[in-house]
Ligand binder design. Structure first.
Ligand code: UDP
Ligand code: MG
Length: 318
């Protein structure tokens, strides 16, 4: 049997402090797997430089030189975000005849020693092996609870993704080729891989603290990832808007009847100023919220309709 070519896909944004140690660790793991004849000697690391403005790309070039191309690189023309970087990595690695692809963060917070376990599950027949975090103890309280709420909300909205899913995962060549058929601009990978089906399996791993550099995600970029995750996978929020609209109309109808009875039967039309003010405030609040939800979907449509390229590659080294 031919040994599979493994591609390790690493998105990086300003990771000059991590690249050296990460390259060392990943090469060690590749070498070990190659010696054990688990993977092909053509296996490689592919860095995607997501618009860094430090020495990340220069370091990638240096390791490309030193390893005779075992370390490869793709450089974006600007920052397109970590989801697009992983996607580009998967598509680019197809060109180097990879059979299976593992994406992992450049800071190696995700336990890299689990890579052989991913390979084992792939060899046992899984096409998608998702990495699931054991806990979120290395996250701050805010990130921990907002992330948990996000996964619960997604499941409530009908997007069945496993809690504490991560972008540390192995996929097969067939999966990446199917992924090419999804043309949408806003890709939420954790949702898409779930949508694809295929035989899948899980690997549980611990998250380490970041050793060097700091997180590249801000609360705003995390919120934007969460909103795009929801609006690109679920139309339940729009249904809720419809439902709220329906309930409000029904309540207004009842209110109308009661006003009618008050005026013409009970002759009791004391002006209820407080009630009116409260009702107006409440109703306009709901209206604005509903408009906001609709606007989110409209925004998604706007971006999809333009169908701009998801990313632009400026340089490549293989
Ligand atoms: N990253 C990226 N583009 C971005 C943000 C992050 O390529 O716009 C990369 C980053 O370099 C790292 C991975 O995505 O390899 C995860 O980012 P980070 O470790 O900062 O996130 P955290 O672990 O704090 O969630
Ligand atoms: Mg990290």
């Amino acid at each position: 049997m031919n040994l599979p070519v493994l591609a390790i896909i690493v998105p990086c944004l300003n990771e000059e402090e991590c690249i050296s140690s990460t390259t060392g660790r990943l090469l060690e793991i590749l070498c070990d797997l190659e010696n054990k004849e688990e993977i092909s000697l053509n296996s490689f690391i592919l860095y995607i430089d997501d618009g860094s403005n430090d020495y990340t790309w220069q370091l990638i070039e240096k390791y490309n030189n030193e390893t005779n191309g075992k370390v490869k690189g793709v450089s974006f023309s600007r920052n397109f975000g970590n989801q697009k970087a992983i996607l580009a990595g998967l598509f680019e690695a197809l060109n180097y005849n990879a059979d299976c692809f593992i994406s992992i963060d450049a800071d190696l917070q995700q336990d890299e020693t689990k890579i052989p376990e991913f390979i084992k599950k792939y060899k046992d027949g899984a096409q998608i092996v998702a990495g699931i975090r054991n806990d979120r103890n290395t996250d701050g309280l805010f990130k921990k609870y907002t992330a948990l709420t996000f996964y619960r909300l997604m499941n409530l909205l009908g997007v069945k993704i496993k809690v504490n899913h991560s972008d540390y995962r192995l996929v097969s060549r067939q999966v990446v080729e199917s992924l090419k058929k999804f043309p949408e601009t806003n890709l939420f990978l954790r949702g898409i891989f779930n949508e694809l089906g295929f035989t899948n399996d899980f690997v549980y791993f611990d998250v380490k603290a970041r050793e060097k550099g700091k997180t590249k995600f801000t609360p705003v970029s995390l919120l934007s990832l969460a909103i795009s995750g929801i609006t690109s996978f679920s139309i339940v929020p729009l249904r809720i808007v419809t439902f709220i609209g329906f309930m409000m109309s029904f309540l207004s109808f009842l209110l109308g009847i009661s006003a009618f009875i008050d005026k013409f039967i009970r002759h009791n039309t004391v002006p209820g100023w407080t009630t009116i003010v409260a009702a107006i405030g409440f109703i306009s609040g709901i209206q604005v919220l509903c408009m906001g939800i609709i606007a989110e979907y409209l925004g998604q449509l706007f971006q999809e309709v333009k169908s701009r390229p998801r990313y632009i590659i400026e340089k490549k080294i293989g």
